[in-house]
Design a binder for this molecule. Sequence first.
Ligand code: PLP
Length: 401
Amino acid sequence: MSQRSGRHFLQIPGPTNVPDRILRAMDRPTIDHRGPEFAKLGREVLDGIKTIFKTAQPVVIYPASGTGAWEAAIVNTLSPGDRVLMFETGHFATLWRNLAERFGIQCEFVPGDWRRGVDADAVEARLAEDRGHAIKAVMVVHNETSTGVASRIAPIRRAIDRAGHPALLLVDTISSLASIDYRHDEWGVDVTVSGSQKGLMLPPGLSFNAVSEKALAASRANRMPRSYWDWAEMLKPNQSGFFPYTPATNLLYGLREAIAMLHEEGLDAVFARHDRHAEATRRAVRGWGLEVLALDPAEYSSSLTAVLMPDGHDADRFRRVVLERFDMSLGSGLGKVAGRVFRIGHLGDFNDLTLAGTLSGVEMGLAAAGVPHSRGGVEAAMRYLQDETGHSTGRADAAVA
Ligand code: PLP
């Protein structure tokens, strides 16, 4: 029997559920993007978003999906023939490499097994060898959305510094920003790429480049042709709150609200909430007798969990059963792990009962699809949630406190 009432459970690792408060904030007339009312909105979001990236430097906002911000990071800082160091952490690292290659960038792509993050020692060793400084950038995906593995950025920064190498550090935070602790300035990142549709709880359609002084200098010297993505073209009108072309005004209303909501809860509480729900999810997975794809506990993602299917069982068939029976969307396995894993998104606008509902849907789905498993995963997660009340009490409590 399929479900026809109640709300759909959108438990893919982005786009995530958009809270009513953000939907209401966007439900307004579109205004003149060259008028004074817009300038106020523009300044608010351009200043406000810096607090989420933890930067005092400019953040460029594009009316584009994350892929656009990937491209922007490349065309502003790199030129055809430049060499970069990348790591095959999963599907999204592979896609970013493919995009870079189309611009004539020579990518050294260190192979990986899709179960681990970037090895900072390997970064240091490779850069130390590069005495002529042929490598212009190290490009890493902070949170690999295809595998549920989060690479640690601070050790990568330290590795670059230990090697005494001038390479830029470019980091994709599309599925980590506003879910997993991230510090653009403190970690010395040169370009941070992100998108609206995950931790920021917005619909798809906005993406970001947070840009260091060093990256800006590189962009000024860079001969790669570019127009739409050109930081210089953006930053001039941004100073007075405007954009060089028509901005996604209504998404910016939503962004203003999202920034306010994240600060009302407190970024540390937001991160702790994600950590806690991720741990509860992993306990559920183990309770079912299944395996988490990520191998190193220090690299577990707090925004999603990728789960390996038992041999001989197709993850996509299981996901189809869950969608038909329980009206819940789970993330598919991508690229090399297609059919072998499913992904549970536990990021964005999310609380204990959203998680309990999500995990119940998975447990019932495993039974309905005839996937061998033990019962008790949901029970294990609920026990953890009860015992570990965590720092997060949810937005309502935080607002009262
Ligand atoms: N990078 C990561 C880590 C992602 O998760 C995604 C999308 O899920 C992308 C890049 C591409 O972003 P978009 O699909 O918004 O273009």
